[in-house]
Design a protein around this ligand. Sequence first.
Ligand code: GTP
Ligand code: SPV
Ligand code: MN
Length: 606
Amino acid sequence: MTVNDLKHKKLVAWIEEIKALCEPDDVVVADGSKEQYDALINECVDSGLAIRLNQEKKPGCVLFHSDPSDVARVEKRTFIASEKEEDAGPTNNWIDPVELKSTLKGLYKGCMHGRTMYVIPFSMGPLGSPISKIGVEITDSAYVVCNMMIMTRVGVKVLDLLGEDGYYVPCLHSVGKPLENGETDGGKWPCAPMEHKYISQFPETREIWSYGSGYGGNALLGKKCMALRIASVLARDEGWLAEHMLILKITNPEGKSKYVTGAFPSACGKTNLAMLIPTIPGWKVETIGDDIAWMKPGKDGRLYAINPEAGFFGVAPGTSKSSNYNALAAASKNTIFTNVALTEDKDVWWEGIGYDAPGKLIDWNGNEWIQDKNNKEQKPAAHPNSRFTAPANQCPCIAPEWEDPQGVPISAILFGGRRPSTIPLVHMARNWNHGVFLGSIVGSEVTAATLDVKAGTIRRDPFAMLPFCGYNMGDYFQHWIDMGKDDQEQKNLPKIFYVNWFRKKDGKFVWPGYGDNSRVLKWIFECCDGVAKTVDTPIGIMPTIDAIDRPEGVTEEDMKELLTVDKAGWLKEVEDIRTNHYPKFGKHLPKELAAMLDTLEEALRK
Ligand code: GTP
Ligand code: SPV
Ligand code: MN
């Protein structure tokens, strides 16, 4: 498809403008067809950028190895370019939009030399749903086009919906590596050096300009840039919520179902929870989404959620038959792998796949790699943030209603992170505002999903949205408070919980996690029905010690540790929030949250 086939005048004008700026060799429109996808993948294979995997073991699958400098989101190079710095708030990087556009135009000038410019019309959310939004990404990366074809709904149907004058969010992307006449990438992943990478959001004009990276959330602009950073701004203005949340459906042995969303920071277990196989008999979990939820109030006062994505961009390491059977099944065909290791028979392997490396591997850097289990210092064969891009409809546990344009009604919202101490396995907020308080204080160990912040350190990541909120985080807290102003007691709004699967003792996880998290989901289910065994504590409502069935290997002693309020630890928490976290927001911090902190401290000191 070419630009001549397009009927949308404004879109055509934008494409011409970008073409004149970036100077590509040619322009191709993504029509969403399998033929086009296959042809693009073939090009990547022929040019040496991708390796076709063993078609018996992994039909329709390929493997890409990125540049070693381009392996995850780059938070220090991510910008919210609002007109006023205050509107970006204390947690975002800010550059004046006029200045940033001028810098970027300098970089974009001629940046697509020797490359094809692709135009990708895409829908976040089921086509035509009242909750969905349309975007158009311009990119010079075939890898990005193929990933977008899995992660979003792409092509002619979207153009039909747009018509001649429909609204779309313009998303501009370049890997930032122009080619000289006759030069090729020579099988090397193209990207720009760190200081030239810019992942820019312009919240007032609702534009995305990304430069210099070809990886994940930096480059697949429908995902974090549009469905979270720009969408969070739209959500604030239009009265809904755009969140970094999984959506699951849970059904009890009597056949009664509820829908639950959960916000955990990157690489903290959303995909795993969304697809878990319960270890308690008779219970069933199905998936609606694994990373992003858009929630809108319905006429009945309940919150209805859709998954704006159409695929999973999931963390590979740690994914095994026993930890996440469903993710493996979803990624068993028609999947793009990035930065995992390659076996001799052209299959994939990664740390935590559930079996030893079968012979000699090629690691994610392209080097020979032989497993040495005695060498604790051995570098991993797969990058810790290596990923699979798999179509959601290939997931065996995808819920039949996952594309319902109306969304699904949410009963519970979970917050959580990786906390080796202090935070118990689960507690429930007393009311909506208390739940917002819990979301606002979430802390977590940083993971490999972020390139430029040291992994392992604990940082506050409110609502798991720290890198994804498109405006002042204090105003975002206020927006959450406002969403609950008429329903504090949560007659219709979801109940809110704080969970922690990551408590450690002697360096080992105390709670087995994964499928056993269903035991906690069961208690949450019972809380929603008002039939759970609960006890009131200074931090909120908790399960009694016998309310949650103990999994194998968890002693009564462990359970006590998981479910006791660590008063000293929580007082340290309060202190940190009071001195380091909340003051950042200044007058933007809702007074309700400051009051919640006082109430918590009083209760802990009693
Ligand atoms: P993003 O895609 O980056 O947003 O990550 P995510 O939140 O979807 O995380 P994911 O489910 O991919 O899990 C990340 C890592 O945490 C994987 O290595 C998992 O094996 C591990 N993990 C997930 N759930 C649990 C759990 O319940 N317990 C423990 N110990 N590890 C878990
Ligand atoms: C995350 O980091 O939260 C992800 C991966 O889901 S990325 O799409 O790269 O943002
Ligand atoms: Mn994520």
